[in-house]
Design a protein around this ligand. Structure first.
Ligand SMILES: Nc1ncnc2c1ncn2[C@@H]1O[C@H](COP(=O)(O)OP(=O)(O)O)[C@@H](O)[C@H]1O
Ligand SMILES: [Mg+2]
Length: 288
């Protein structure tokens, strides 16, 4: 029986590349399972650009087989997990670069950090971030290059998406990011998508990060996905409190962190399913 696709990947049908991947993804899962001798279980429902399936290895270990839609941001997901080597993130057990398949340690129970009290969740993230900030130059894309890419594409994407938000927001982001990129502090490995749904309850450690979209850049950038994580409390007060707590407790420059969050949130808002929430967050951050 071929594996069922999770409903969250339906958006991939809107592009030719997406459709092509959807048509081969179940086969890639089967081939990867065969190559690693896995018994496949039930797929996870909360997947948006991948198929992640509960699986068991030949020697009885509980694992996850993840086959992801190959895109720019997750190109080096496996490399980042390999660098962290289990410290604060799930362990990469094996990797197939051709099929974009990852064999991962399974988090059990695997419930997301979004289920706990927002302040306690922030304590967890403040504990995790410095463990993920390791020096690791290769093969990751520098934040500077990501900013250049955004500068080259964002306005056109925004036009093509029929201007989903006001011009002023685009201008704030496009004005702030080149100056930030050119004046960064120490370069470390960053998890560009560390929202509450990408941190799971586990046994080896209480909480482990999954699903990195890695970049190399300064620490201030790392707060962006967390400040923006509406699942951790979506009011002005809670959003600003995340920015304040993380920058104070991790010794970060608050203004740079605020501007990076605006920049990355604008860049990720075009085409996002969460545009409404992101626009509210941006509104709160503009005068914070
Ligand atoms: N190592 C893991 N242990 C337990 N559950 C996992 C693991 N990796 C992924 N999952 C589950 O699969 C879902 C999708 O995986 P994720 O890596 O977040 O993919 P996507 O890029 O599609 O968001 C997660 O939200 C989680 O529910
Ligand atoms: Mg995810």
């Amino acid at each position: 029986m071929p594996i069922d696709l999770p409903s969250g990947v339906a958006w991939l049908r809107s592009t030719e590349r997406g459709r092509a991947w959807l048509s081969v993804a179940p086969r890639l899962v089967d081939e990867a399972a065969e190559q690693w001798g896995l018994r496949l279980g039930v797929p996870f429902e909360a997947a948006f650009e991948s198929i992640a399936v509960r699986a068991t290895t030949g020697d009885g270990r509980s694992v996850v087989l993840k086959v992801h839609f190959p895109d720019r941001e997750n190109e080096h997901e496996a490399d980042a997990l390999a660098r962290w080597n289990g410290g604060g993130a799930v362990q990469l057990i094996a990797h197939d670069r051709v099929r974009h398949a990852l064999l991962l340690e399974r988090c059990i129970p695997g419930s997301p950090l979004t289920g706990v009290d927002p302040n306690a969740a922030l304590d967890v993230l403040i504990g995790l971030l410095p463990r993920l900030w390791i020096g690791a130059p290769q093969p990751f894309r520098p934040l500077t290059a990501e900013v250049e890419w955004w500068l080259g594409h964002l306005e056109q994407e925004w036009e093509q998406a029929r201007r989903p938000f006001e011009r002023r927001l685009l201008d704030v982001a496009l004005d702030a990011m080149p100056a930030l990129a050119a004046s960064q502090g120490e370069q470390v490995l960053l998890h560009q998508d560390l929202h509450g749904g990408n941190v799971l309850a586990a046994e080896r450690e209480p909480w482990l990060a999954i699903d990195p979209k890695p970049l190399i850049g300064e620490r201030e950038f790392a707060v962006a996905p967390i400040v923006r994580s509406f699942e951790l409390g979506h009011t002005r007060r809670q959003t600003i409190r995340r920015l304040d707590r993380m920058t104070a407790e991790l010794g970060l420059d608050r203004e740079r962190a605020r501007l990076w969050t605006i920049g990355q949130t604008v860049a990720w808002s075009v085409g996002s399913n969460f545009l409404t929430q992101h626009l509210e967050t941006l509104d709160w951050l503009l005068d914070a």
